[in-house]
Write a new protein. Structure first.
Lengths: 385, 130
């Protein structure tokens, strides 16, 4: 049971709504967050896969980076801000098109992963020289300190975590969203556009953390609260808690920072090599490049894989993975997949045993339970490409 | 306590297990309150017949989508039966936690332990305070 001393926990602007809807609130990333609503994790998960689920993710770390000298310099200004950020991440930020976003990782000097984040290049020449960045809630203070230190005197970081950040995810999300943000249905996956709502500017991005088509919206509390109230009157929309968010992302094979990746893992081990575009591999000018380029060239000892427990018992985080009585890996995320109707997991195994179809033993409470290495995701992605 | 155990009497623990005693046997499960707190049950590991537990030992595991929770033995004794239905229909624990969703039957070795458990009224009062 969660304890009752939540005094030092922060609340998002949607806290009163969560209470009104009967959410079960738990401490998460320093906030009191809804883990589930009366509908329950199982049905909330299934609702999101078939209709539209609305998630409060205001605990996360949205922020803006802008050139100290000011913004509006077109491509040249973008090249400047991108070059600054590329000293911290291994992705091609310079090559982003206006309105395009990219998943990347923040690296330490050893090439270990400090966080995963989404970096967006704004639309419009007048906004160039700035970037919209969303980092994980649990490590936002760490991330922002790293950005501020590296970019001191050259760029300014403005945090936006006093606003509402919400996601609307699922096959019906686009129809609901286009009622409120006409034109957003034209957006492709990992692209964004700004909108005016009640006189305030908000950012609509086509992305998410469920494997479904969907959107994330950054909006002021004044404009966002009535917007969400109205969205919830649509019978296709239900509020969804962090419990279902976790099972949805796990079925979609998406990493959770601090579990499926951490500073001991590099992006190649985490099977996130695709975030390092060729241009950056050739340049080799990012933190920990020596280790990461060696990992690409020579291979890694362990890598992240999908794991399917073949019986009904879930294999939770920390479960040892064995073959013939020898430990070959560990589960880093595990639970039950309501859509696939069986337990799902991911973890790290020695590369010799990382091929899909490899039979493994999952040591659940001391008992070997059969499992299999499988390709991710468990549920196909339904992105609007 | 002078309850004669000729009829069925149900006792409750602060960890939200129930045990319905009939003669020297006790049927054990988790309460409606516990089932609601857990949410959707997706797996139950019931104890093996023949296993002997002391009161308070980890006896079974119940797993929801999100987490695994231990179930403690409410009384000491030997497991003489386990509910096979839960292997294929773990959701029975949510649907009928205090009847068809039972976990196992224990042959009580220390019947006097029952005097330390709560009756229904005391348990419901206990839950109100949570």
């Amino acid at each position: 049971m969660a304890d009752d001393t939540h005094d030092d926990l922060k609340r998002t602007p949607l806290y009163d709504l969560h209470e009104k809807l009967g959410a079960k609130l738990v401490p998460f990333a320093g906030y009191e967050m809804p883990v589930q609503y009366p509908m329950g994790v199982m049905d909330e998960h299934k609702w999101t896969r078939t209709h539209a689920g609305l998630f409060d993710v205001s605990h996360m770390g949205p922020c803006f980076l802008s050139l100290e000298e000011g913004i509006g310099g077109g491509d040249e200004a973008h090249a400047k801000i991108a070059a600054l950020v590329e000293t911290l991440v291994p992705s091609d930020i310079t090559g982003l098109k206006q309105g395009q976003a990219r998943l990347t990782v923040l690296l330490n000097e050893e090439g270990g992963i400090l966080d995963d984040l989404i970096i967006t290049r704004p639309l419009g020449d007048e906004a160039q020289g700035s970037l919209y960045i969303v980092v994980n809630g649990a490590v936002k203070e760490q991330d922002w300190a790293i950005f501020e230190k590296a970019l001191e005197g050259k760029a300014v970081l403005t945090r936006a975590d006093d606003r509402i950040l919400f996601a609307l995810q699922g096959p019906e999300a686009v129809d609901v969203m286009s009622d409120f943000f006409p034109g957003c249905e034209e957006l492709k996956f990992m692209h964004h556009m700004p909108f005016e709502l009640n006189g305030t500017r908000c950012i609509v991005s086509r992305c998410g953390y469920t494997g479904e088509d969907g959107f994330e919206v950054l909006v002021s509390p004044a404009a966002g609260l009535p917007l969400i109230d109205e969205m919830l009157t649509d019978e296709r929309v239900e509020m969804i808690g962090l419990g279902a968010r976790d099972s949805l992302r796990l079925e979609a094979g998406l990493c959770l920072y601090g579990h499926d990746m951490d500073p001991s893992r590099d992006p190649i081990e985490a099977d996130l090599g695709w975030v390092i575009q060729r241009k950056r591999r050739e340049g080799g000018d990012f933190p920990g490049a020596a280790r990461i380029l060696a990992s690409i060239q020579d291979g890694v000892a362990e890598k992240r894989v999908g794991i399917r427990p073949l019986e009904r018992a879930p294999a939770r985080e920390g479960t040892a993975i064995e073959i013939d009585g020898k430990v070959v890996g560990v589960v880093t995320s595990g639970g039950f997949g309501p859509t696939v109707d069986h337990p799902v997991a991911m973890g790290y195994v020695a590369v010799a045993h990382a091929a899909p179809g490899t039979k493994i033993d999952l040591m659940v409470r001391g008992k070997a339970r059969p499992g299999e290495v499988v390709a991710l995701p468990f549920v196909p992605h339904n992105y609007k490409r | 306590m002078s309850t004669k155990l000729t009829e069925q009497v149900t006792f409750y623990t602060e960890e939200h297990e129930w045990v319905t005693v009939h003669g020297e046997l006790g049927t054990v499960g988790i309460t409606k309150f516990a089932a609601e707190q857990l949410g959707d049950v997706v797996f139950v590991e019931t104890p093996e017949v023949g296993k002997v537990f002391k009161k308070g030992d980890d006896m079974a595991v119940v797993e929801s989508v999100k987490a695994a929770s231990d179930v403690y033995a409410p009384v000491s004794g030997e497991v003489v039966d386990a509910n096979a239905v839960l292997a294929d229909k773990p959701e029975t624990v949510n649907e009928h936690p205090e009847t068809e969703g039972w976990f196992c039957v224990i042959r009580l070795s220390h019947g006097e332990e029952l005097s330390g458990l709560m009756d229904k009224d005391a348990y419901l009062e206990f839950c109100k305070g949570l």
